[in-house]
Ligand binder design. Sequence first.
Ligand code: SF4
Length: 313
Amino acid sequence: MRYNIYSEHLKQRYGGKVYKLPVSLPVTCPNRDGTYGRGGCVFCGEIGAGYENLPASMTVKMQIAANRVHIAEKYKAKKFIPYFQNFSNTYLPVDKLRQYVHEACQEDVVSIALATRPDCINDKYLEMLAEVGESKGVDISIELGLQTVNYHSLEKVKRGHTLAEFLDAVLRIKRYNIEVCAHIILNLPWDDELDVVESAKILSAMGVHQVKLHALYIVKDTEMADWYQSGQVSLISKEEYVERVVTFLEYLHPDIVVQRLIGRAPEENTLFTNWQTGWWKIRDDIERILLERDTWQGKKCSFLNGSAVQKFL
Ligand code: SF4
C-alpha cells in the first residue's frame, strides 16, 4: 500500500469490515445562525454536506437501524461507526449531545465519529465525550473542517475561523485521547502547490490521526456558484488535482490514516462536481501515479524533529 488506507486501518483495528452509518442531528452552524455569520461558508449549500442522510426528525436509533439494514446487506458489515456528519454536530448544549451520543452507542458500534468546526469544541464537550467513550467501550473521533491552512483563503471562503482555532482544537482533542481527523479541500481557487505542501506539513506536525481530502464542488445558489459563473474564480484541472494529492501524500506523515483522496458528491444541485468524473476513477489515477513514480505517503516527510541537526546524531 502506497498510502495509509482507512478501510485497511479499520479492519486491522476492529478485526473485520466496519462501515459508517450517517446520522443527522437537528443542528445548525455558528456561521449560519448569526454567531459568526449568516450566509455560511461561500461553498456550503442549504443541506450542508449530508446529502445521503436521513432526516434529522428521525431519532438517532431509528436512523441507525434503517441505515444498518441497508449497509449490512450491501457490504456484509457487522461493525459500525455512527457518523454525525451534517453541519456542526457539537453546536448544541453538552447534555443534549451526551444524549445523542449515548443513543448511538449500540452493541455493534465500535466508534462514534462527529464532524464539527474547530470553534465548536471545548474542554467540557471533550470531557463528556471521553467519559461516554470509556463507559461504553467505544472510540470517539472528531472530524474538524479546516479546508486549508491558508488563512487568507479561509477569510475569502468566509469560514468565520482561522488556522489558530484549528490548532487549538487539535491540541485539546488529543489531550483527551480522542482521535482527530482533518477535512481538507485541495483545490480552493486561491490556493497553490505551496499551500498543499504546507497543509501536509502542518497536519503532520500536529499529529492528527486521519485526513479526509476533497475536491471543491460548486453547489447551485451559493456565493461560490455566483463567483464561478461570473468568472471571478476558476478551478484547476483534474490532472492538477491528482498532482496535488500525490504531493500532499508525499509530505504527509506515514502514520496518518487517509480516509479519502477525493469526495463523493451529488451531481444534482451542483454546477461542478469532480470534473464530471466518477470519484473512483480519480482515485485510480492517483494510485496509478504513485505506482508509476514509485512514490508513497511520507516519502518527503523529513521536516519534523529538527531536520537540520539530524546529521549530528
Ligand atoms: S462550517 Fe460547515 S456547515 Fe457551517 S457554513 Fe461552513 S461548510 Fe456549512
